[in-house]
Ligand binder design. Structure first.
Ligand code: NAD
Ligand code: DAU
Length: 357
């Protein structure tokens, strides 16, 4: 078990990062300090951490608004808080946006990761009691056919500017391990869902559109497959890796829970009908097939035996319960939804779907 004292979490105002901070502060025996570094892009939302700020703010939780590409600011933060652990979530994370505007993805995901690695190696020197954990995605492995799984040694084959930028950052992380002996770990996770998920992604977009009785855009034939995992289970896996993972190794994280998009959207319509008191099929009339995402990966499926066997991780939330919990969270957090809706996202969502036809 590593000793972690001052953890720099990048992208802590985003979906997974904010849930990670909450998980560490409330569900583990960690007694140190968390420093959240986020430059609050459209996806960063301080309201996602209101409870953490009021309980731990300026005692064990600190927020620094900074761009991970800004080397001198990141150096100052390392010095100010004597950082010994980096958990790197910050990224441009949405595949559709990477198709319409790839540049931000290269900047943040590639150059930003490089900047963090450089600062870490210079600040830590030869230390071995430190760790850089890089949070990555299963999308680096490309697309599967009807059978098979992604393993840790599956060759990289990214297909979108997003996944190519993440693949590039993964390679940089391991290059710093091999070249400079920077202590690193890396994880590649499948699709997350849960509270505080930005509503440009499939599940929260569908939930909010159902509530507004707006069209539910399903790409292509709706038969693409994703492997869904509750966000807290992703974060318990990251926690297991940073505490007990082997330096220089990567771990796949997945839900072993494959769904065709259209089946999932039907199921979501039924659960939403259950919670809003409508007939079972009421919302299905909103389903609208739209033009496919260019380069749309067909199927993702993760084998996470290494994580289970070596670190004893297992997921704790089954999909039916996790999805109901998520729906209930959105139904009872209209304040959070309003903070998101007041931003620029709605415009983007609308333009994107108009363009798709
Ligand atoms: P998100 O888009 O919800 O949040 C990203 C956060 O990073 C935001 O708070 C944003 O403000 C911040 N950020 C962006 N650019 C920054 C910059 N230059 N400097 C500082 N902060 C910046 O993303 P997410 O879904 O929470 O994903 C987090 C990480 O997990 C990403 O690295 C993503 O690739 C990875 N991942 C996501 C999933 C998923 O299903 N969402 C699955 C596997 C891996
Ligand atoms: O696999 C991990 C990845 O999962 C993460 O690395 C990414 O950051 C995260 O965004 C997610 O990528 P996807 O592209 O799989 O997620 P998204 O929610 O955008 O889409 C899920 C599936 O649903 C995908 O096959 C596209 C489809 N889709 C998506 C949207 C937003 C639709 O059919 N309609 C939609 O409106």
């Amino acid at each position: 078990m590593r000793k972690l004292s001052n953890i720099l979490v990048t992208g802590g105002a985003g979906f997974i990062g904010s849930n990670f901070i909450r998980y560490v502060m409330k569900n583990t025996d960690f007694t140190g300090t968390v420093i959240n570094v986020d430059n609050l892009t459209y996806a960063g939302n301080m309201h996602s951490l209101k409870d953490i700020k009021s309980e731990f703010g300026d005692k064990r939780y600190f927020f620094e608004k900074a761009d991970i590409c800004d080397k001198s600011k990141i150096e100052d933060i390392f010095k100010k808080y004597n950082i010994d652990t980096v958990v790197h979530f910050a990224a441009e994370s949405h595949v559709d946006r990477s198709i319409t505007g790839p540049e931000a993805f290269i900047k943040t995901n590639v150059f930003g990761t490089f900047t963090l690695l450089e600062v870490s190696r210079k600040f830590w020197g030869e230390r071995h009691d430190v760790l850089f954990h890089h949070v990555s995605t299963d999308e680096v492995y490309g697309s599967l056919g009807d059978t098979g799984f992604f393993y840790e040694d599956t060759p990289y084959d990214p297909r979108s500017p997003y996944s190519a930028s993440k693949a590039s950052s993964d390679h940089l992380v391991f290059s710093y391990f091999h070249t400079y002996h920077l202590p690193v770990t890396l994880s590649n996770c499948s699709n997350n869902y849960g509270p505080y998920h930005f509503p440009e992604k499939l599940i929260p977009l569908m939930i909010l559109n159902i509530l507004d009785e707006k069209p539910l855009p399903v790409y292509g034939d709706g038969k693409n497959i994703r492997d869904w995992l509750f966000v807290e289970d992703h974060n318990s896996a990251v926690w297991a890796v940073i505490n007990n993972g082997t330096t220089g190794e990567k771990y796949n994280i997945g839900g072993e829970n494959e769904w065709e998009n259209i089946t999932l959207v039907h199921y979501l319509c039924e659960r939403m009908a259950h919670f809003t008191g409508k007939d079972n099929d009421y919302y299905k009339k909103l389903i609208t097939y739209v033009k496919d995402r260019p380069g749309h990966d067909r199927r993702y499926a993760i084998n996470c035996d290494k994580l289970k066997n070596q670190l004893g991780w297992k997921q704790s939330v089954d999909f039916a319960k996790g999805l109901d919990k998520t729906i209930q969270w959105y139904l009872s957090n209209s304040d959070w939804i309003n903070t998101v809706k007041s931003g620029e996202y709605l415009k983007w969502v609308e333009n994107n779907y108009t363009a798709r036809g």
